[in-house]
Design a protein. Structure first.
Length: 368
């Protein structure tokens, strides 16, 4: 039995053709954000993020080519606190390696920005966007702009006496990337036919939204853990060395600073919040399959959520245990699976609907 609302075949075909260019655009935005998250993770984990000490949105598009240009940017880097306190004596070849990742990251940021802005303007000009999609598209463009500014604001925090980027700004930068992805992904779900209403999904949707909020908080704490290098503190699980609650945990004053400024407390929170998140999600799955009349689409999306939360929890444990052996691969994979879980949970929530049965490919959603 189909889980989507019924419409005449010709009408569905026309709506599909009208929404297809928009769907291609939004998929490209989502894929570009996924790609930049991977490159951004590698940039951070290889210590490359502070290799470019200025921000030139236009002039900075072209990389150094001649020896003179390379010497110029290397001299600029030599004046930075990171070179003087961490990488003193670094060779030109080693500098080129870290410069590559930061340069690639910035170029990809520009690509994401253009990929959001130019198609949006084109669809507006062609009057393909109205209503909700027009407003959501504008918000998407604005968020990408804020994301670019936040990226430089984050880098600036490491160009001071202490050559470490602020973990608060890192969390904001990552959170904005997830927000951009989430909005584009939600807009993409809007272009799909509306699922038939199933009974008893009101409370389930509310519970799923609660899990989504917990996941977002967990992602923020993941950024804190990475930015503070807290993942290297205790490399055992479930206990932290030989204790469930290590001595000295939550020892800062005032007390609230332990939740954001003490790296061992942050790791403690991150690992146990992940455990609660996994158990809550599995509990939601058990309740849903047992007590809620889900459509086939909803069941399929829920299975993706359950599979990904198990994979993410398992990957988190493996990362704790052997991050020293795989300091780049495991954190990047952990961040990537977090994005997949975020997407799957959004798609599941979207499939639960709001009780309004209408075709999202119609004018109410802004496709004309």
């Amino acid at each position: 039995m189909s889980s989507y609302s019924s419409s005449p075949p010709d009408e569905l075909r026309v709506k599909h053709l009208r929404s297809k260019p928009l769907a291609i655009w939004l998929r490209c935005v989502c894929l570009s954000v996924l790609a930049i998250l991977i490159v951004g993770g590698i940039t951070r984990l290889t210590g490359s993020g502070l290799s470019m000490v200025d921000w030139r949105p236009i002039a900075g598009i072209l990389p150094p080519i001649t020896d003179a240009q390379w010497n110029e940017v290397f001299d600029q880097y030599k004046g930075s606190p990171e070179y003087q306190k961490v990488n003193a004596g670094m060779s030109m070849e080693a500098f080129k390696d870290i410069f590559f990742w930061e340069y690639l990251h910035r170029i990809m940021g520009r690509i994401v920005g253009l990929l959001c802005l130019l198609p949006y303007l084109w669809f507006l000009f062609r009057k393909k966007l109205t209503g909700n999609l027009r407003l959501k598209g504008l918000l998407l463009v604005l968020l990408v702009g804020v994301q670019g500014l936040m990226g430089w604001y984050m880098v600036k925090s490491g160009l001071v006496s202490n050559p470490e980027v602020s973990h608060y700004r890192l969390a904001a930068h990552l959170g904005l990337a997830f927000t951009v992805f989430g909005l584009a992904w939600w807009m993409l779900q809007d272009l799909k036919p509306v699922p038939k209403e199933s009974t008893g999904t009101g409370k389930l949707r509310l519970f799923a939204c609660g899990i989504l909020c917990l996941l977002c908080l967990q992602i923020v704490y993941g950024a804190f853990t990475s930015g503070m290098k807290a993942g290297y503190g205790f490399n055992t699980f479930p206990m932290m060395e030989e204790d469930w609650v290590p001595e000295g945990l939550f020892g800062l004053s005032p007390f609230w600073q332990n939740f954001v400024a003490d790296k061992f407390s942050v790791q403690f929170i991150h690992r146990w919040m992940g455990t609660v998140l996994a158990l809550a999600t599995l509990g939601m799955g058990w309740f849903s399959f047992k007590s809620v009349d889900l459509t086939e689409t909803q069941k399929s999306r829920l299975r993706w959520v359950l599979g990904l939360v198990v994979a993410q929890f398992s990957l988190g444990v493996v990362t704790i245990l052997i991050i020293i052996d795989f300091p780049i691969l495991l954190p990047v994979m952990h961040q990537l699976v977090a994005l997949f879980l975020f997407a799957a949970l959004l798609a599941f929530i979207h499939s639960l609907g709001t009780g309004k049965a209408q075709s999202v490919a119609g004018k109410e959603q802004g496709v004309t």
